[in-house]
Write a protein that binds this ligand. Structure first.
Ligand code: ACO
Length: 326
């Protein structure tokens, strides 16, 4: 077991809520279609003057309140996001400026919906070296600014929000029992934002063709997501020498309720053991797992000593799973 511990969690959702009924008034869609195909009923949407780093800041304050630690106790900060403030510098740098925590190392991870699990793995490794005491990992997204609001295939799926955790050394029984990460860049074009980088710099044409927004092949992603989350979760259970019965709570990435249900069915995990928030937040890529974890923590759904299973999947493709003894 790797001797690390999540000592605090926090999350933040922008106050504005956009329901399926609101979307019905904006495009050719229906609450019935969105609910049946995705499980989503509503999502939070950031104001035009809010940047992803603002959500990082708010969720970081909440995570600190939850621990009794102060900003000066954070030694490093990792932000996972698919909707950064700018291509560079990192969203972590913008958040660092707002939090006024100069000098410490801060950086972003680009692994879409798997970004939080990638960040947790790196934070755990930093803490294990003994050179860092408290590492903040935040998953934060403002997807509402990078979806194409005239494409009903994608825009109804996503939401905005952030979740943060603070990873510290564990002196007790808590720890990372097993972890696994993977990626397959050959599938990159199934889910991506085509323009704005060096492959296709911004031009009038890219703007006219709306190439600065999320492009995806939903059905292909759907199949890969179920198979890969199942495989990753089974791997870490095997590595930790545990069965589903030893797991108190399963927190999967939440892109679609049908993906979550199918993964649970294939793994024989009951939905009672699975914490679901997609109906009220939509798919909040890198923020999905930490947001859900924070809610489970604050509502008393997690107790010290519980084994928690995480599984994630996202653009890249990237994926991962972990078992944490809380
Ligand atoms: N309202 C009404 N009708 C719609 C909507 C909508 N919002 N969106 C699509 N439709 C229509 C389509 O046009 C299609 O109509 P057609 O048959 O006349 O062409 C019909 O509904 C069915 O479309 P499908 O693609 O077959 O629908 P499906 O059941 O596969 O659900 C969905 C689509 C929800 C996108 C699903 O495939 C999915 O969730 N895939 C995974 C997506 C995902 O997880 N993406 C993010 C990954 S996370 C990350 O890293 C960012």
């Amino acid at each position: 077991m790797r001797p690390i511990k999540i000592v605090g969690t926090g999350s933040y959702l922008p106050p504005k809520v956009l329901t399926n009924f609101d979307l019905e008034k904006l495009m050719d869609t229906s609450d019935e279609w969105i609910t049946e195909r995705t499980g989503i009923k509503e999502r939070h949407i950031a104001d035009p003057d809010t940047a992803t780093s603002d959500l990082v800041v708010e969720s970081t304050y909440k995570a600190l309140e939850n621990t009794g630690l102060e900003l000066k106790d954070i030694d490093a900060m990792i932000v996972a996001t698919a909707s950064p403030d700018t291509i560079y510098p990192s969203t972590a740098c913008w958040a660092q400026k707002k939090l006024k925590i100069p000098k410490i190392p801060v950086f972003d991870i680009s692994a879409a919906c798997s970004g939080f699990l990638y960040g947790l793995e790196i934070a755990s490794s930093l803490v294990e070296t003994g050179r860092y005491r408290n590492v903040l990992v935040c998953g934060a997204e403002i997807m509402s600014k990078i979806v194409n609001w005239s494409d009903r295939n994608t825009c109804v799926l996503f939401g905005d929000g952030a979740g943060s955790v603070i990873v510290s050394a564990s002196e007790g029984d808590s720890g990372m029992l097993a972890s696994y990460l993977g990626a397959d860049g050959s599938l990159a074009e199934l889910l991506y934002q085509p323009a704005g980088g060096t492959q296709m710099p911004a031009s009038q044409e890219t703007i006219d063709k709306k190439l600065h927004s999320v492009h995806m092949q939903g059905r292909e992603i759907f199949k890969h997501a179920i198979r890969t989350m199942e495989d990753s979760a089974k791997r870490v259970l095997k590595e930790a020498d545990l069965t589903i019965d030893d797991i108190a709570l399963f927190i999967p990435h939440q892109a679609n309720l049908r993906i979550v249900e199918a993964t649970c069915e294939r793994m024989c995990i009951s939905m009672d053991k699975t914490y679901v928030v997609i109906h009220k937040y939509g798919n909040v890529p890198a923020a999905s797992i930490p947001l859900t974890l924070d809610e489970a923590n604050r509502t008393g759904r997690i107790k010290r000593g519980d084994n928690i299973l995480f599984a994630g999947f996202g653009a890249g493709f990237t994926w991962g799973a972990m078992v944490l003894k809380w």
